[in-house]
Design a protein around this ligand. Sequence first.
Ligand SMILES: Cc1cc2nc3c(=O)[nH]c(=O)nc-3n(C[C@H](O)[C@H](O)[C@H](O)COP(=O)(O)OP(=O)(O)OC[C@H]3O[C@@H](n4cnc5c(N)ncnc54)[C@H](O)[C@@H]3O)c2cc1C
Ligand code: FES
Length: 626
Amino acid sequence: MFCKAVKVVFRPDVFGPLLRQFVRKYNFHTKLPYRNLPVMGVTVSSSREKKVFLSRKSVPQPSFASFSTTGTLTTDTGEGTSVESSTMIEVNVGQYDDCLQDGTMRTIDIGEGKALLVRENGEYSAVGHKCTHYGAPLSTGHLSNGRVRCPWHGACFNVKTGDIEDFPGLDSLPKFEVVIKNDNVIIRAHPEQFTSHKRVKTMVKEDTSCDKRVFVIIGGGGAAMKAAETLREEGFRGRVIMITKEAHLPYDRPILSKKLAATADSLKLRSMEFLKDHDIELMTKTEATALDNNQKTVTLSNGTVLNYDSVLIATGGKPRSLSIPGSDLENIFLLRSPEDANQIGVYIKSNLLSSVKRNSPLSVASFVPGKNVVIIGTSFIGMELASNFADKAASVTCVGRSSIPFANVLGEKIGAMLKKTHESKGVKFITDAAASSFKGDRGKLTAVCFNNGTEVPADICIQGVGVSPSTDFLKKSSVPQTSRGDVIVDKYMKACEGVFAAGDIAHFPLKMLDWEKVTIGHWQISHKHGLTAARNMLGGNEEIDTIPFFWTSQYGKSIRYCGHAHSFDDVLIDGSVDEQKFTAYFAKGDKILAVATMGPGNAAAKAADEMFEGKMRSASEIRAGL
Ligand SMILES: Cc1cc2nc3c(=O)[nH]c(=O)nc-3n(C[C@H](O)[C@H](O)[C@H](O)COP(=O)(O)OP(=O)(O)OC[C@H]3O[C@@H](n4cnc5c(N)ncnc54)[C@H](O)[C@@H]3O)c2cc1C
Ligand code: FES
């Protein structure tokens, strides 16, 4: 019936794109029973009838196909081919030996979309090619031990399954089938897999007839969202109740200081429909006011007392503010939530621009032009704001305790370079002085005064002076806490019987520091904590195993930081700090505790993998190579 090999000559460079355009335009590709289009290097096969239409000719359906650049189609029916019941694309991407070097990966265009082809330990696999967080090309990331790590913010994906294993981002990658036939590497995919570069893992539905347990998640941030999904992914059929005092669905908080006009809705991590579909109950505008870990109850601001079988505390931080005279003046802001930005909009509406509509989503950014801005605190958030305002405001002044911003985190050389960059954009720094009062006129801020007698004109002041944990509601509980209020957990993110904690408020043991306990406020960590805690709430025994990964963006340039160094005694720099192209190693004794990078490439991802696998070089080895 079927030929062993068929040759069809045509001009895919001319005819192929036109036909493809036509078929896509009229949506034929979803209607036709046979889906074999002359796309370069691609054939689509159907199990229904083994026929292919090409240039009005009907030829037997190939098991494998490849279109050479000269337009010659060669087919081979092969043997033992398992064709899926639905329509599939097959593409021959080349010879086993030549396709990829071992330990490398490449983005492959397969007509309907792209895939990341990986070869590791002699085995080929193929998954989605774009990171599910912000879409970085994963082929430029770092491949190691069955995982590809994103070059931008460090998310990790299993190259065999496509599953996300470290974060940020919630979704996994699509996974494509790879078969080796007659020494050819063949990728098979369903066209639907290309409709999104993200794959939501399968989740179970609630069924309280088979599981009566109630798991309560206090908080509605990254840690909470990841935990809620993980419970369903791991097969939990009891009730999942997520409580947040915010009015919003969980949203992408790090964006707030980078895209100031973003609304909570535009930043949401999941839609309400998604939560409903997966039976995740969300109580917004509801605060947990007390927890009784002996009675296993959570009291809510609306008076409800919830009984739980297991509870996750993921309440994040609340921004601190200065208690100095004048703190109650208008135009002094914090930045933790979209409302913080919108408060400024309210001010504009009532005081400056009568034309602004009620409740319009105004932001810090809309207020700034022509104004004097003072930012108290030279934290990453403060400096990201400064970079946002530099070309918009009349003046931007940053107030910091140390003479060089970030010196305690990034060292003096990098801190000085960043300061210089800000200064070159017109940002002024006041260091070695503390704000002592806010001065105002008719209730509105006019200046910030300092303990050395100076004052700086200010129409707006944003305080970025750190956060404290939102854990006041635990006061009457016996949940273990640090003096600061962080919840102390073990390797399994467990605080005490039935109580787990995750995210910014968790004081947890960090493997790379020989399980020394730390509190780390990174977006990535919040997700990883949420995942690990949820698995252990279900009775798992999974240790928290991650390398902290942080990023900041200022003037369009990113600094990526992995590892964790409370303190360091040397910074070894490979590259040029002045040119903003470097890898900096933070050493304590002979051990590298953290790495910061700037510039293109995957150096941060590579360093994070080396730390994760315990393969990071010693300080003396790095010094010898510099
Ligand atoms: C402006 C800004 C920029 C940032 N940029 C970066 C960055 O570039 N990279 C990075 O890695 N990290 C960044 N971070 C830090 C990152 O956002 C946090 O580490 C992360 O949000 C922590 O997640 P979480 O789930 O622990 O807590 P959160 O995101 O703070 O969420 C906690 C939630 O719990 C709610 N809650 C608190 N108390 C209660 C209660 N009693 N009852 C009910 N709900 C409660 C809160 O309202 C909040 O919705 C940034 C943070 C901010 C504010
Ligand atoms: S884009 Fe990949 S981790 Fe952010």
